[in-house]
Design a protein. Structure first.
Ligand code: ZN
Length: 58
């Protein structure tokens, strides 16, 4: 299930397509990912790692 990030929350868009990322929760991971599967752009961690996402999508 994909969760939209609050529009007021500052986070970088996908560096490939410019789309705002969404969040997905699995059993033990939080994933920030571009909703466009062609980008294969995701950061998976035990917590929502916005710092890493922003680093990878400057
Ligand atoms: Zn993208």
């Amino acid at each position: 299930m994909k969760i939209e990030i609050n529009p007021n929350f500052p986070i970088k868009n996908c560096k490939t397509c410019g789309t705002r990322p969404v969040i997905e929760q699995t059993k033990d991971r939080w994933i920030i990912l571009c909703p466009n599967p062609n980008c294969r752009n995701a950061v998976s961690d035990k917590l929502v790692n916005v710092t890493e996402w922003n680093k990878q999508n400057p």
